[in-house]
Write a protein that binds this ligand. Structure first.
Ligand code: GAP
Length: 455
């Protein structure tokens, strides 16, 4: 990573901590490597992201339903899916520093003893790579032995496959249709890094879209378009996403075609989401191992077959990090007093922004202004996340909201109270974050205007 990109990443991480987006987990005890907590603003941002994904993937479509599977599942699931035997990364040990590293990343991991060198080129004596299984083991019940061993799920997808029949029968859907799920996944990553990009506990937003084998290739292309449109609609333009058509030999053996959607993070171009044509691999595996029917009978054609699956699988945390990286800017501006200053701003799409509107009385020692501002706050609070602020000069209050990406600020001033004549009474100043332009808007029109922007 170049120094410029490193500095940019450091600034984003620091802003996240300073303004309450993301904190290291268990920080007062020294943290836990690869695990993060979302603070008051981070949780709102993530919620808006997940809600919009759910709206697009489930509510706006009549060929999709949702589910919410348990994190703990019968160990047999992970045997059948292949995770127990093969869900591993290659690892090397360094006999000199006792570090353990992902073998395919040692070119970019700094040596713990000599950080100016990468592990691949430091003097430490390394072992041959060996497989390290990434699943966290746990035990169900009071006996910690092999008979009740299972794992924290490393992906949400398997719950969808093993519930395929239940969902099919209860939802009465016909092919093609999909099942969507958002939930936690756990991987004991050898080297978690790049902030929340590669963590040990994270959230996935996954779709398994079931279809007739003849439709698979066409649907994969349709899903690629659908997912690119999604990123555009949350504020990540198409031009910033690289579609990587994974070549033969690099895909999972059961996948006929896979696209990775990649984003240019400050630390390099990295995967946000995989869209994989998984054929009938998963349903077939579970059918064989459980002995239960997971095939489909087409009433019209009288054909019986195992559905094929297209899987758009996105990481909520990675997408959130992409949103932060895309939004972050330090701008040179001329402030209200005519002085030059640097403005830190997060240009979130209004539908993603953690706080939608800041509400300010011009002066805090004028009860009529404060009262009116609170009235507006109460009016809007039931519809969107708002932040009331009366502390400090108005310019400083704008800057504080810019830094957390609030797209709109409303200021209640003397004109609002009718002191500049009846035509401006009950209007407020509405200031837009990116252009910093201000306009007057009637209080009655505020809710409609803001709702249209954030929807
Ligand atoms: N069911 C398919 C599956 O899990 P994956 O490529 O291993 O596929 C899907 O994971 C997505 O989950 C990735 O594209 C990424 O966004 C996210 N993801 C995977 N491992 C992650 C980790 N350690 N930290 C954060 N996100 C991760």
């Amino acid at each position: 990573m170049s120094t410029e990109h490193e500095t940019r990443m450091e600034k984003i991480v620091s802003l996240c901590k300073r303004r309450g987006f993301i904190f290291p987990s268990s920080e007062i005890y020294g943290g836990l490597n690869g695990v993060w907590d979302y603070g008051p603003l981070g949780v709102e941002l993530k919620r808006h992201l997940k809600e919009f994904w759910w709206r697009r993937m489930v509510r706006e479509r009549d060929d999709m339903v949702g589910m919410d599977g348990a994190i703990l599942m019968n160990r047999a699931v992970w045997k059948a899916s292949g995770h127990e035997n093969t869900f591993s990364d290659p690892m090397v040990d360094c006999k000199t520093c006792k570090g353990r590293f992902r073998a395919d990343q040692i070119e970019s991991i700094p040596c713990p003893q000599k950080p100016s060198k990468m592990v691949a080129s430091c003097e430490g004596e390394k072992t041959e790579p060996r497989d390290f299984n990434l699943m966290f083991t746990t035990h169900v019940g009071p006996m910690a032995d092999d008979s009740n061993k299972t794992y924290l799920r490393p992906e949400t997808a398997q719950a969808i496959f093993v519930q395929f029949r239940n969902v099919l029968e209860t939802s009465r859907k016909k092919l093609p249709f999909g099942i969507a799920q958002i939930g936690k996944a756990f991987r004991n990553e050898i080297n978690p890094r790049n902030f929340i990009f590669r963590s040990r506990e994270f959230e996935q937003m996954e779709v398994e879209y079931f279809c007739h084998p003849h439709q698979g290739m066409k649907l994969l292309e349709i899903w690629l378009e659908e997912r690119l449109r999604f990123y555009e609609d949350i504020g990540i333009p198409r031009s910033k996403i690289r579609v990587n058509d994974i070549p033969d030999g690099e895909r999972a053996f059961y996948s006929l075609k896979t696209y990775d959607l990649e984003y240019e993070f400050p630390f390099g171009i990295q995967e946000l989401e995989g869209i994989a044509y998984r054929t009938d691999y998963d349903l077939k595996q579970h059918m064989t191992h459980s002995g239960k029917p997971l095939d489909y009978f087409d009433e019209e054609t009288k054909e019986k077959f195992i559905p094929h699956v297209i899987e758009p699988s996105a990481g909520a945390d990675r997408t959130l990090l992409a949103l932060l990286c895309e939004a972050f800017e330090e701008e040179e501006i001329v402030n209200e007093k005519g002085d030059k200053e640097t403005r830190t701003v997060l240009h979130f799409h209004p539908r993603m922004a953690p706080v939608k509107v800041g509400i300010f009385p011009l002066l805090k020692n004028k009860p009529a202004l404060v009262e009116k501002a609170h009235e507006i706050e109460r009016m809007l609070r039931t519809h969107m996340s708002v932040f009331y602020d009366e502390a400090g000069a108005i310019g400083r209050r704008y800057r504080r909201q810019d830094e957390i990406g609030t797209p709109f600020c409303v200021t209640v001033d003397f004109e609002t109270l009718g002191e500049a004549g009846p035509e401006l009474a009950n209007t407020v100043t509405l200031r837009e974050r990116d252009s910093m332009k201000q306009q007057r808007i009637p209080i009655d029109a505020l809710h409609g205007y803001l709702t249209a922007q954030i929807l």
